[in-house]
Design a binder for this molecule. Structure first.
Ligand code: UGA
Length: 434
């Protein structure tokens, strides 16, 4: 099938590449000429494990093309995916100007029937708006479909190639058939393609992310309670997770969720609720808990250093909001850096992928260590903010000999408490009392 993907950000690039992988002919369109040039010459513009190999293969075999010209990019396409940014506006609601802008242009240039697909996470009612904007200018039949993505950064290629489910929101039989054919190779193992009306599809995406964020904030509050009551959150997590109704996944407490999706989507759903005069109480609490959780380690650090962090020096491992990505949007590490430097401390940071991005945001207010162990030199304590695999089995002797004090504040519960005690560390984590 011939398809176009408008927007070559994270979602667009993964979507385009993965559609090419099953033999479709894909043209990706972006207004950023520099990006299009890089992509056309074989340079992948995002960090996503496994993407490069697929990208190179499909580019080489001529199934993946890039252009800045929308009319040219969509001319032969049967399906046009919109994978455009929907940043939060000042009031927290999703800003649809990119999507509606492209919809207007499409309305002016469509010459035959096409399916236009909202892939971006958009509030309920967006497909309706896109349809209205296109229809204003368009003289040929078209369908607008909501097809939300459920890709996790770091495993996006796998999530795309083997989705748990594909959600397709449309009431058009014609569009339904085309979308079903397009996704058939991805659900061969029997996972469902769930057809529904477009509003339900739009809400499904927000409900999924908000539910997952709720799970995390809930566990983070359980972790707080564990510390106060002397229980161990690892045990509680395993105890409840083995109930299939609860599930083992997404129950890990930590220093809060971040990234480009959960914070934005929870806020947008609260905003959408307000617009229909509904106060979504649970989600307000989820956001509130998460805000506080990002600085969960701070009182522990302050208490250890008698509320005086002035002149103290910290090593910080992990900057990305989660492992296997260089994404630092809403990353707890940034909040920790801000709090520590404000209190007069200095910080030496290390992250396998995210340091250039952090440098772009905070500049030289921290020092960037070339190696994870370099960051420890003369540090009063080590703080861990992201659970990268390389941090899981570190050389504890090296840590001990480099740190000034044998102190670790772990925001991701990487190590067994008893082991750390044996090794002689003062070790503090989330929801596990020594
Ligand atoms: C999330 C969803 O998982 C995807 O299904 C969705 O498609 C995507 O948002 C999106 O809307 O585009 P992502 O933001 O890449 O994906 O990251 P996750 O792996 O879901 O992690 C989100 C946050 O939750 C991270 O900050 C992570 O550290 C935190 N988390 C996750 C926990 O604190 N505890 C857990 O048990 C799991």
């Amino acid at each position: 099938m011939k398809i176009s993907v408008v927007g070559t950000g994270y979602v667009g690039l993964v979507t385009g590449t993965c559609f090419a992988e099953t033999g479709n002919d894909v043209v990706c369109v972006d207004i950023d000429a520099n990006k299009v040039k890089k992509l056309s010459s074989g340079q992948v513009t995002i960090y996503e494990p496994g993407l490069e190999k697929l990208f190179e293969r499909n580019l080489k075999e001529g199934r993946l093309h890039f252009t800045t010209n929308l009319a040219e990019g969509i001319a032969d396409a049967q399906v046009i995916f919109l994978a455009l940014p929907t940043p939060p506006g000042e009031d927290g609601s999703a800003d649809l100007s990119y999507i509606l802008g492209v919809a207007e242009q499409l309305g002016k240039i469509l010459t035959d029937y096409k399916v236009i697909v909202d892939k971006s996470t958009v509030p309920v009612g967006t497909a309706e708006k896109v349809r209205a904007v296109i229809a204003k200018h368009c003289k040929v039949p078209f369908d607008v479909v909501s097809n939300p993505e459920f890709l996790r950064e770091g495993v996006a290629v796998d999530d795309f190639m083997k989705p748990d489910r594909v959600v397709i929101g449309t009431e058009s039989e014609r569009a339904r058939k085309i979308m079903g054919d397009l996704y058939a190779p991805y659900v061969r193992q029997g996972n469902p393609v769930i057809y529904m009306d477009e509003k339900s599809a739009e809400l499904t995406k927000y409900a999924a992310n908000s539910f997952l964020a709720t799970k995390i904030s809930f566990m983070n509050e359980i972790a707080i309670l564990c510390e106060k009551l002397g229980a161990d959150v690892d045990m509680v997590r395993r105890g409840i997770g083995s109930d299939e109704r609860i599930g083992k996944r997404f129950l890990f407490p930590g220093i809060g969720y971040g990234g480009s999706c959960f914070p934005k989507d929870v806020q947008a759903l609260v905003k959408s609720s307000e617009e229909v005069s509904y106060d979504f109480k649970i989600l307000n609490a989820v956001m509130d808990v998460n805000e506080k959780q990002k600085l969960f380690l701070l009182p522990k650090i302050e208490a250890y250093f008698n509320n005086d962090l002035k002149g103290k020096h910290f090593a910080l491992w992990g900057l990305a909001f989660k492992p296997n990505t260089d994404d630092i949007r809403e990353a707890p590490a940034l909040y920790i850096i801000e709090a520590l430097t404000k209190a007069g401390a200095t910080v030496s940071v290390f992250d396998p992928e995210a340091m250039p991005n952090v440098r772009g945001v905070v500049g030289d207010i921290v020092t960037y260590a070339e190696h994870q162990y370099d960051s420890l030199e003369n540090a009063d304590a080590l703080i861990i903010a992201t659970e990268w695999s390389v941090f899981r089995t570190p050389d504890f002797d090296k840590i001990k000999s480099s740190l000034k004090n044998q102190v670790i504040f772990d925001g991701r519960n990487l190590f067994e408490v008893s082991r750390m005690q044996e090794l002689g560390f003062h070790y503090e984590s989330v929801g596990r009392t020594p």
